[in-house]
Every structure is written in structure tokens, then in C-alpha cells.
Write a protein that binds this ligand. Structure first.
Ligand SMILES: [Zn+2]
Length: 732
């Protein structure tokens, strides 16, 4: 998920939790228990398309043969099969070795993988009632299977025995990495605890899961109750007819008269951009800010205070000083201090720029209000969106209808996305019409390496559908692995407007950026050149996985690439220079504010999750104010993007101690692009080096060492500040 650029909201590439594969099931809430069976029990045999490995090229799933009813029996049989395989490893009478334990685990669960990879694809991109039922039915079973593996004491004893001997085993670096990774993930899950402590951990996990659910329920109700309603149409002056109609419809949906403006997740509410009545803006902002702090049944403050405390207790039980310390051990940043230092380093430039932006806005307010009855007033957070929009219109305005004819989808794909990859890495693409797809709009390409050898398959599913999740993402249908003899099969999904038949699909520049972004994940998956499937491709860490994708975005505006694809779909004329300049400039608008609000949220996350286990229960309001104050991020007119009491990412969405990762990967990608610029730009030599040292390596090395070795040093924040327009550009 990337909240910096709305077009890429919800972007996910699969990430490794553990090499035992099931943690890849992000979003599968183990708490969602359901007894409902998704249909009569079915036998599983050779008639099921998942029974054996696909015979299609690249082992691509046979979507023309797979029926909805094939998934559940395949997943059930896959879980049972994997448990049996794991039992056999755990109960083996042979002394534990790397091969009979660690490699054997890598080879286990093939059927489950085959079924889940296809299942994740269709449930995300092309779901229906039957698939949703299977999803609900299998979620708790998959979680239980996962627990049965990671908490199998005999299995862990064998892993530990191999791990303890690791120095004398003569393992190659990738094998050693796999061993260390497996061991750490089991320890992380509590495998090393005494039975009594494991019981304690189980209780804390249960309480955590109960409180996370409670938080989510309360927040949902709080957000709903926080909607602004009025029966005075004048209060909504400034809204368009469409916006008013939507507000009227929202009121009708609640059986209310007048108009209702529902709250968005973030502190700032986009609708404030248009509302001319200052009192209405203030009311909506305050509804947002106080949504979960009203002292009623929806107040989340006690819940989050206890959540922070119990996570600290959990970390202490596992031997860590705090929760962030536990979470960050397998991330690139490694320690909470590294993440905190990073946030602190960005703060001065971000807040200074926000102060300049505030000055511009204050000047605009003073100019517009002078002589009026109420006179000039002090800029408040509920004014920011409204006046900054006027600054944007005056200084940065982009007319999408002027731009879109230059970004026709197929042209962007073949002459932009593919072209850049060809220039950098020498790879070529050939469309295949003989491979089955999950939906008729999906296109498949075979990818060839520079030497003409087949490299991968890639599917593109670009158009919005009612049965598709929002946002854009990449994932694998087949994971590359030399051990298993598999080449990668990957896919990109997005939600672009589908044109009428015969009409071209014209994109915004945000859409174009999304295509490059998701294709960056795809390159990471397609260049995978690793032995073990669980270290392959995009299965890295949260603060690394968005680096290859964000890095690839840079080529969308690289002059030689841009000039190659940005042609008018009718005339073929290149985009006029003044329009190009406008696009470039528009991307630096409001960046001081935007970076500051994210830094404030990241700081809150890190402070909550670096509490010690014996710290007293904190009052969230006091805690929040102090946390931001001491890091110079308590700025009246730039509130945090999420307040503690409605910070869903960190309390219930798996981003605890991880919100900084959005900015961290931005530092990595901007520094990487700077490296290319400093070393001759878009050349095959640069691309080849990047592919060899980073894109092909997956999670086979320590990520920090891998990155630093490629860059030739530590990444600096300067390119990121420059890219956001927060420091003056120096002439080349
Ligand atoms: Zn992404």
C-alpha cells in the first residue's frame, strides 16, 4: 500500500514472512472463523487441474480448465499433504541435516502452492460468491496449518540442530541465508520458548487479535458516526452538483434528510478543498480529528493503550526490549533506532518547506480576507486543503484532458514500459494468444532474455471491474526456483477505466506511473535467479519490497523514454514541451505538507512500539502530543496523517512499527536513480549491474549489505529531498 500517490493505493507485492510459505497469505484474518462449508466435500483426484503440475509452458495455470469448485478440494488436499510432508521431516529417525530438514521443507507443499497462487490471483482480480465462500472457509484452516508447522517442537528441534552447526556445514551463502532465515522465523513465532512461556505468548496473541478486532469495529462505527450532516444546503457552498448529489444520496442511505459527508480514513478530508464556508470546514475537520475520542462506545483510546502495552509484553517474552525491536529484526532497517534516525533526518527539510507553504497560504488568506467583515484570520488545519488547492490551480494546474491523448495504454506499455526494460536489461517481449487467462481482457507476454532464452511469462490485467479489488498490485503465479526447476510467471493488476469498444484507453500520468511501478515489481520477480523458492523474487521485507517498483517509476519521466512513448494517439505528435514541464512541476506541489504529515504518523507508530513492557499505560492524547513535540513534528497546521486513535495501519492492519517503510523505500529508490544519473544514466551496463546485484537476488542476502554493495555506500536522503522539491535543485 502506498499512500503517497493515490493511484498506487493498495499496491502489494507478496512478501516473505517465513520460508514456510503460508505467511504470504496477507489479509487472511485468522480471526474470521466460519463454520460455513463452501460446498459439499469433494474428492480430489487426477480430474482436478491442480492435481499435477501444469503441463503448459512455464507451468502456467490452466485457467481454461480450472473451475471455481476445483479450488477448495485442492487447497484442502494441499494442506493435508504439506502437514504430512512436514510430519515426515519432523519425525525422521535420520540425524538432522541441511538437506533432509531445510531443503526438504523448501520442497514441501507444492500442491498447496499451485492452488494458492492461482486462488490468490482470481480472488483478488476476478472474484465471485463461490470463491469468496471458499476464501472465508479456508482462511482459519490455512492459519491453523501454518501454526501447526511453525509450532511443531520436533521440527524446530531439527532446525535448531542444523542451525547450531551452521558454521561447520560448508554452506554456500544462499543456503546459509535460508537456514538463518528459517531459524529466525521460527524463533520469532515463539518456537524457542518454554511450554509455560509459549502458553503466555498464546494468550497475548489471542488478546492482541481480540483487541485488533475490537479496534477495527469501534473505528468503523466511529468513522460512520463522525460523518458530517446538515440540512442547510448553504453550509455546503462550493461543492459541485455531483458532490452534492453524492452527499444527498449518503443522507438517504442513512434515512436522513439533507446532506451527509462521510469521513475518509485520513485526518485531512479531501472535500475541504471545495468547501467555501469556513465553519463547515472546521466542523468536518473536528469530526475527523475527534472521531474515535468521543468518550462513547466507539472511543478507541483504552484499546490502543492496552494494545501498545501488550505488544511490549509480547516482545519482552521473546527477548526484545520493545515491539519495534522484534518486528524490525528481519527488515532492512534492522533496529528501531535506524528507523527513528531516518525520520528525524527528514524532519527539518520537510517542516521548513511546510512552513514556506503555510506562508504562501497565509498571504493568500490575508489578501482575500482584507477588508471583509471578519478580516484576515490565522491559518488552521481545516483551511489548508482549501487554500492550497487555489495555490495549486494558480501555479501547478494540469488539465488531464489535455494530457491523456498522449498516454494510450498499449503504446505506453510497449513503447514505454517495455522499451525502458529493453534499454536497461536487453529483454524483449512477445504476446502469446495460446495461453489461457482468467478473464478475456487479460494479455499474456513471453519475456526473452538478451541472449534470446525464455525468461518468464507476464500477464497484464489492467481494466477496472466490479469483481476486482481496488488499487494495483503484482504477484507470482509460479515462483522462480532452481531447486524446483521453475521459471517465473508473474502478473500485474490495475484499475484503469475500460474504454468503450473500439475506443483507445487513455491514461493519466498517475496511471502511467502505476504501470511502471507494478512492472518494477514484475522485474524483481522475473529476474529472480535463486536456488530456493522462499527466498525468490519479491519475497523480501516490507521496507525493501517497494524499492524496485518505485525505482522503475523514474523511467516513466526519463527524457529518452518519455519521448519514445508520449505521442498523441491520433496524430503521433510528441507531447509539447510546456505540457511536459507542467507535469514535472505539478509533482512537487504541497510536498512539505505531505511529507510532514507522514513523518508525524511514522513517529507516532515508532514511539508507540518502542515502549518498554513495564511502562505504565499511557493516555494516548498526552502521549501523542509529547511524542510529536519532542521531535518537532507537533505543528498546528500540519496534523499527523493519522492520529493514534484512528491509525488503522498500525493497530489492526499489520503495519505496526512499519509505517516508516513507505518513506524508507523512497529513500532507496531516489538514491538508486541518482546513482544511475551519476554513472551514465540508462545504459545496458548499469541495468545489467543492477539486475545482477539487486533485482535477481530476492531475499538471498542481507538486504542492507546487498543494497550498499550495489550503491557503493550508504543511501543518503538528499536525492529524496531533491525529488520532492524540498531542496534547491543544483544545475547539472
Ligand atoms: Zn508496489
Amino acid at each position: 500500500m502506498n499512500m503517497l500517490r493515490p493511484a498506487r493505493m493498495g499496491c502489494v507485492a507478496s512478501m516473505a514472512g517465513t520460508s514456510i510459505l503460508l505467511f504470504a497469505l496477507a489479509g487472511w484474518a485468522p480471526g474470521a472463523h466460519s463454520q460455513a462449508s463452501a460446498g459439499a466435500a469433494q474428492t480430489f483426484g487426477p480430474e482436478n487441474p491442480f492435481y499435477a503440475s501444469s503441463t503448459l509452458p512455464f507451468h502456467a495455470p490452466a485457467f481454461d480448465k480450472i473451475k471455481d469448485s476445483d479450488y477448495q478440494p485442492a487447497i484442502d488436499a494441499g494442506m493435508a499433504g504439506q502437514l504430512k510432508e512436514v510430519e515426515a521431516i519432523a519425525n525422521s529417525s535420520a540425524p538432522p541435516t541441511f538437506d533432509n530438514t531445510i531443503v526438504a521443507l523448501e520442497k514441501s507443499g507444492r500442491l498447496l502452492d499451485r492452488a494458492m497462487e492461482a486462488f490468490n490471483c482470481v480472488t483478488g482480480a476476478n472474484t465471485d460468491d463461490a470463491l469468496e465462500k471458499v476464501q472465508e472457509y479456508e482462511a482459519p484452516r490455512l492459519a491453523a496449518t501454518n501454526d501447526a508447522i511453525t509450532l511443531n517442537p520436533k521440527l524446530f528441534a531439527r532446525i535448531k540442530a542444523v542451525y547450531d552447526e551452521r558454521a561447520s556445514l560448508g554452506l554456500d551463502p544462499e543456503s546459509l541465508r535460508l537456514l538463518e532465515w528459517d531459524y529466525r522465523e521460527f524463533v520469532h513465532a515463539g518456537a524457542n520458548l518454554s511450554p509455560a512461556d509459549r502458553e503466555k505468548l498464546k494468550k497475548l496473541n489471542e488478546e492482541d487479535s481480540t483487541l485488533e478486532n475490537a479496534f477495527q469495529t469501534k473505528l468503523l462505527a466511529a468513522a460512520k458516526a463522525g460523518a458530517y450532516s446538515t440540512d442547510n444546503g448553504g453550509a455546503l457552498a462550493g461543492l459541485s452538483q455531483e458532490q452534492l448529489a453524492a452527499a444527498e444520496q449518503a443522507a438517504q442511505g442513512r434515512k436522513q434528510k439533507g446532506w451527509v459527508v462521510p469521513l475518509q480514513n485520513t485526518t485531512q478530508q479531501p472535500i475541504l478543498t471545495d468547501l467555501t464556508d469556513r465553519a463547515t470546514r472546521q466542523a468536518i475537520f473536528e469530526n475527523s480529528w475527534n472521531r474515535a475520542e468521543r468518550g462513547n462506545g466507539n472511543d478507541t483510546r483504552a484499546t490502543i493503550a492496552r494494545l501498545a502495552q501488550l505488544r511490549a509484553e509480547k516482545a519482552a517474552l521473546l527477548g526484545f526490549p520493545n515491539y519495534a525491536g522484534w518486528v524490525l529484526t528481519d527488515q532492512m532497517a534492522k533496529t528501531p533506532q535506524a528507523a527513528i534516525d531516518f525520520v528525524n533526518a527528514l524532519t527539518p527539510a520537510a517542516t521548513a518547506k511546510a512552513a514556506t507553504e503555510a506562508k504562501d497560504i497565509q498571504a493568500l488568506i490575508d489578501k482575500q480576507e482584507s477588508g471583509k467583515q471578519n478580516g484576515g484570520f490565522q491559518l488552521e488545519p481545516w483551511d489548508w486543503e482549501f487554500y492550497s488547492e487555489q495555490v495549486r490551480k494558480a501555479k501547478y494546474d494540469l488539465d488531464e484532458s489535455e494530457i491523456k491523448p498522449y498516454f494510450e495504454l498499449n503504446n505506453v506499455l510497449e513503447n514505454g514500459v517495455f522499451y525502458a526494460a529493453n534499454q536497461l536489461y536487453g529483454i524483449t517481449f512477445k504476446e502469446r494468444h495460446d495461453l489461457p487467462v482468467w478473464q478475456p481482457d487479460v494479455r499474456v507476454f513471453e519475456v526473452f532474455d538478451a541472449d534470446g532464452k525464455p525468461l518468464a511469462l507476464i500477464y497484464f490485467d489492467y481494466f477496472k471491474r466490479d469483481n476486482k479489488n481496488g488499487g494495483a498490485w503484482m504477484d507470482n503465479l509460479v515462483q522462480e526456483s532452481k531447486l524446483l526447476g521453475t521459471l517465473p510467471v508473474v502478473y500485474n493488476v490495475a484499475n484503469f477505466e475500460k474504454p468503450a469498444p473500439g475506443q483507445p484507453a487513455l491514461l493519466t500520468f498517475d496511471d502511467v506511473t502505476t504501470m511502471f511501478h507494478e512492472f518494477g515489481h514484475a522485474l524483481n520477480g522475473m529476474f529472480a535467479d535463486t536456488e530456493y523458492p522462499s527466498l525468490s523474487g519479491t519475497q523480501t521485507a516490507r521496507d525493501f519490497v517497494e524499492f524496485p517498483s518505485q525505482f522503475n517509476e523514474h523511467w516513466a519521466s526519463f527524457p529518452a523514454v518519455f519521448a519514445h512513448y508520449a505521442h498523441h494517439y491520433k496524430t503521433g505528435a510528441p507531447m509539447p514541451a510546456d505540457l511536459v514541464a507542467k507535469i514535472k512541476k505539478s509533482r512537487t506541489f504541497n510536498q512539505g505538507y505531505m511529507l510532514t504529515e507522514i513523518l508525524a504518523a511514522a513517529k507516532l507508530d515508532l514511539d508507540w512500539h518502542t515502549l518498554a513492557a513495564d511502562a505504565p499505560l499511557e493516555d494516548p492524547d498526552t502521549f501523542e502530543k509529547q511524542a510529536l513535540d519532542k521531535s518537532h513534528l507537533w505543528i498546528e497546521y500540519v496534523p499527523p496523517r493519522y492520529r493514534s486513535s484512528y491509525f488503522l495501519h498500525i493497530w489492526a492492519n499489520g503495519y505496526a512499527a512499519g509505517y516508516y517503510a513507505y518513506l524508507w523505500t523512497e529513500m532507496l529508490d531516489d538514491a538508486a536513480y541518482q546513482w544511475f544519473q551519476d554513472h551514465g544514466g540508462m545504459t545496458r551496463a548499469n541495468g545489467g549491474r543492477f539486475r545482477k546485484m539487486v533485482l535477481s537476488r530476492g531475499n538471498t542476502e542481507d538486504l542492507e549489505q546487498m543494497y550498499d554493495a550495489w550503491l557503493g555506500g550508504k543511501p543518503s536522503i538528499e536525492p529524496m529531498l531533491k525529488n520532492r522539491g524540498l531542496v534547491e535543485q543544483t544545475a547539472p
